[in-house]
Design a protein around this ligand. Structure first.
Ligand code: PFF
Ligand code: NA
Length: 446
């Protein structure tokens, strides 16, 4: 008996760790802070929090539920469930667009993973020690202007991802997530503490939490919702795939709450660490994708023990990025393994090389292709915008609509351990609040 319950506990724990490993990554630190800065601060943060709670939570639960019931890759799960419920396999499109999104996202995610690797090395060599704002900006601009260096770092990051996925050891990383994630949180707290010593912490707090609602546009709302999907790894079939490994005993809503609180806490800490440094050094919050790469080296370069702390931070960031990137490549590989004669290793290589090649196009938009624009966006921004503001919300919408409108209401409530008023609340949120929220955001951005 005790043996059995231990086995269940460890599988539940393994699941939480895998989901957290996927969720916590560059999205929380790199992307969250630069989106907040770009979108003018607090209004974005508060809308983002509302999106996480009202849209993110129900969709996360819906994806897990589909995966657990379907027990297969996202596309097959959707098709089988749809057939069982007498529906057309058109629902399979939801799974397919998720896999496409994962492929596109990984291509530019790996480029930023490469930046993180490069800054890990920069911390060791003391490149940031004693630098001022101009110095760190010059280092970053130098990296962006060097396609060869960007390619090497992107290649190194992607090679790590491919190596881990090909060996099929992704499960073995869960133990590492368990120890390294708390370490990342501690380092973030150290950085927030440093932010407090700059004398600009209050300014950062106001920037993040005291909104100017007048400045809110449909574009800001769409960006906030896109960030909620991106950071929770939603709308990509990834959480669905994880759901297929879930035991019946796992409480989906409670687990979703745990993962979301952790993910959100790390993002908010990142903001509280970065914006004091921005204001203290007269930098612009709207710096763009380079925001953490010009602010954090300033902090590490000018605090005692900064070299070792910087090294640890960028190593942990790279690790967090790796566990997320692995979860992006898995579904692509899994699909190829099941649908083509390729072995796991070949499937990983083929998928990895395709992602890598697209990543080269993405990184060239910072230099040689910086004036090659499609719809006014360079390749990097196009990949990011098309996925986070369009593909992910649409796929997530498909998942929640399917669970709320196509599956049997009572059996879903029973599966989520809900009854009475709570069941009604879930019903209303999953049928109306979350889908209407996503649709309204789309409409308002037009
Ligand atoms: N959620 C990850 C992050 O915040 O960095 C990024 C990500 C991983 C997005 C996996 C999507 C995904 F499927
Ligand atoms: Na995240």
């Amino acid at each position: 008996m005790s043996k059995l319950s231990h086995a269940q506990w460890s599988s539940k724990m393994a699941f939480i760790l895998a989901a957290t490993g996927s969720a916590v990554g560059l999205g929380n630190i790199w992307r969250f802070s630069y989106m907040v800065g770009d979108s003018g601060g607090a209004a974005f943060v508060l809308i983002y929090l509302a999106c996480v709670a009202l849209v993110g939570l129900p969709i996360l639960v819906a994806e897990w539920l589909i995966g657990r019931r379907g027990q297969e890759n996202p596309i097959n799960s959707m098709v089988d469930l749809a057939r069982k419920n007498g529906r057309l396999p058109a629902w399979a499109l939801v799974g397919a667009s998720g896999v496409l999104a994962a492929f596109l996202i990984l291509s530019f995610y790996s480029v930023i993973g490469g930046w993180s690797l490069s800054y890990t090395l920069g911390s060791v060599t003391g490149a940031f020690t004693g630098q001022d704002a101009d110095g760190v900006s010059a280092i970053f601009t130098g990296l962006l202007g060097n396609p060869l260096a960007l390619t090497l770092w992107h290649t190194a990051f992607m090679a790590l991802v491919v190596w881990i996925v090909a060996r099929g050891v992704t499960k073995g990383l869960e133990g590492a997530v368990r120890t390294l994630m708390p370490a990342l949180v501690v380092l973030m707290l150290v950085l927030v503490g440093y932010g407090m010593t700059t004398g600009h912490f209050g300014e950062a707090l106001a920037f993040m939490f005291s909104p100017d609602w007048g400045a809110v546009t449909g574009e800001v709302v769409l960006a906030a919702m896109g960030q909620a999907f991106f950071t929770l790894s939603l709308g990509m079939g990834i959480m669905m795939a994880y759901g297929s490994y879930l035991g019946e005993d796992v409480n989906l809503i409670g687990t979703a709450r745990t993962v979301i609180i952790l993910d959100t806490a790390i993002a908010l800490l990142a903001g509280l660490a970065i914006f004091p440094i921005v204001f203290a050094n007269g930098l612009s919050p709207g710096e763009g994708p380079g925001l953490i790469f010009v602010t954090l080296p300033l902090a590490f370069g000018n605090m005692t023990g900064g070299m070792i702390l910087g090294l640890m931070f960028f190593l942990l960031l790279t690790f967090a990025a790796l566990t997320s990137a692995i979860s992006l490549l898995e579904p692509v590989v899994e699909l190829m393994e099941e649908r083509t004669p390729l072995s796991r290793v070949s499937a990983t290589l083929v998928g990895g090389v395709a992602v890598w090649a697209l990543g080269i196009a993405a990184l060239m938009s910072f230099n040689v292709w910086d004036d090659f624009l499609i719809l006014g966006l360079n390749v990097f921004d196009l990949l990011d915008t098309f996925t986070s503001k369009f593909l992910l919300p649409l796929t997530g919408l498909g998942a929640i609509l399917f669970v709320a409108w196509r599956l049997d209401r009572d059996s879903v409530a029973a599966e989520l351990n809900l009854s009475g008023g709570q069941a009604t609340l879930w019903h209303l949120v999953s049928r109306f609040v979350a889908p209407v929220g996503v649709i309204l955001v789309f409409v308002s951005s037009l």
